[in-house]
Each structure stands twice: as C-alpha cells, then as structure tokens.
Ligand binder design. Structure first.
Ligand code: MD6
Ligand code: FE
Length: 217
C-alpha cells in the first residue's frame, strides 16, 4: 500500500518505551491531534451512544463503550464478538475518521508493523472507579496483526501480565496522548486497567478515553 496517502507530518512521538518484546509505548504520539480526536469521539457518540454492556457472566461493565469502523466489539449474555451494527441503533457503526486511521497506521509502522489496516475501533470511556479486569484480546481472526491503543484524558495504570492469568504483572502509567502498540510475542498477554482515580483533565473533564484499533476480520 502507498503510505504517502497517509502522510502525517505531525507524527512525532516524543520517546518510545519498550514494555516487553512486542509491546511499545510511544509517549505523546497523539498529542498533536488531541482536539481533533476528541471532537471525533463526540461526533461518533452522538450517532452511536456509549453503553455499559453486560459481560457473558451477566455483570454490567464499569467502562462505557462504543465503536467506529466496519466492525465493532460488543458483549452481552451471548458472548464477546465483532459485528457490523450497533445492537441499540441497529445501524452500521459510524465510519472510522481518517484522523483515527492515519494515526493508528503510523503508530503501527513506527513499532515495526508495516501492513496494519484496522477495520475496527473500540472506544472505551472510563470515569473514576471504572476498571478493566485482566483479559486477553482474542476475538480477532489473525493474531499476527497488532493492536494500537490511544489514551486520552485522565491517566490510568495499565497492568501488563503474561500468557497465564496468574502470571505476575507490570504496571505502566498511560497518560493523555500516549499510544501503545502491541503485537508479536506480546499479542496474547493478559492486561487490564486499574480503577481510575478521581481527577480533572483540561480537555476531557472526569473521563479517560481509550481507542483500540484492530484488524478484526
Ligand atoms: C484500555 N485497553 O486501555 C484498555 N487491549 O482502556 C486494552 O484492553 C488493550 O490498550 C489490547 C491492546 C491494547 C490495549
Ligand atoms: Fe484489551
């Protein structure tokens, strides 16, 4: 593919931190696009409102979710899956904004994944107290494809474990503008987000947003 189509002169991560083989944090890599990203999230949420979905076990998640792109990740009593429509609106998810796609492709490339073309973007919204328990991302068809994750708003502590749920975990602080790219040998490692602390962010108020880009199908 011709990456000039995705030319992005503002893509300048301030530094990179390797978490482990296959996982890297590009600190500040989304900062140049912060306002455009947040505006786009607001527009998406008007068309496909944030929802507190149920886990297959029947618990309401503390993180509110929506999606954009061809496919969206959902969960209910039937299980976890990707689908082309929102269960609430029964319409297709809003299209993935160019700024989202461009940033995700550039971040993946920076981390050594040259052929990443995401078809799904899950948008998570955390308020103080919201958390994401340790989990693996394994609802995608090709584990050879990485996941790109953009953090905006309030900071969070990312827990990063091993291939077994009981493996010890590392803690990584993720702050506004950080992008995590993870794939290769890290792709199936357990991970989660510790309960969000109370705070006030100048652009997002009491929220943290996380965008995760995947090639689901
Ligand atoms: C979050 N992120 O940061 C939750 N999964 O809100 C994830 O679950 C995640 O950041 C796979 C790859 C990167 C991630
Ligand atoms: Fe995940």
């Amino acid at each position: 593919m011709n990456l000039d189509l995705f030319a992005h002169p503002d893509f300048h991560p301030s530094w990179r931190e390797d978490i482990c083989p296959g996982a890297v944090v590009l600190r500040g890599a989304a900062l140049a696009d912060e306002r455009e990203l947040l505006k786009a999230i607001n527009r998406i949420a008007i068309k496909a409102p944030f929802q507190y979905r149920a886990t297959p076990g029947g618990y309401a998640m503390s993180v509110a979710m929506t999606n954009c792109g061809e496919l969206g990740w959902v969960t209910d009593r039937q299980g976890y899956r990707y689908q082309t429509t929102s269960p609430e609106t029964r319409k297709q998810w809003p299209p993935m904004p160019d700024i989202f796609r461009t940033l995700a492709i550039h971040a993946a490339k920076e981390a050594g994944f040259d052929n990443f073309l995401p078809d799904a973007c899950l948008i998570n919204r955390y308020q103080p107290g919201a958390k994401m328990s340790l989990h693996q991302d394994k609802d995608e068809d090709d584990f050879g494809q990485p996941i790109v994750s953009i953090s905006l708003g309030l900071p969070a502590v990312f827990q990063f474990g091993g291939l077994e749920r009981s493996d010890p975990t590392l803690r990584v602080n993720l702050t506004h503008g950080d992008i995590v790219v993870w794939g290769g040998p890290a792709r199936l490692r357990y991970h989660g987000i510790l309960p969000l602390k109370v705070g006030e962010h100048p652009l997002t108020g009491q929220y943290r947003f996380n965008l995760t880009f995947r090639k689901a199908h």
